[in-house]
Write a protein that binds this ligand. Sequence first.
Ligand SMILES: [Zn+2]
Length: 104
Amino acid sequence: MERPNKLSGLTIKHKTGCGVIYVTVNGLNNKPYEIFIKGNFHCGAMLESLSKSLSLIMREGSDIQEIITQFKGIRCFNNEDRTQSNCIFCITSTIQEYIKENFK
Ligand SMILES: [Zn+2]
């Protein structure tokens, strides 16, 4: 299926231990359809690759909750915090926030 020209979603700015990160989740039919992760730290190619991989998973209708579960133990190299300041937590929490706001 071709990507629709117009999608709406949610963007959250997170202040992480690594720096500021912007995570955008766009949806289709109230389900996460694609994700964009922008930050001027970490490797830009890694963030883009992660965004594209997660978007593919979302589009195929795979269980995104299972991915979120798999990501739970992952922490950034420069902070031990599992919550707020952890980039991976910020990415998964944005996906969950989108689901919470759009699940009807
Ligand atoms: Zn990080």
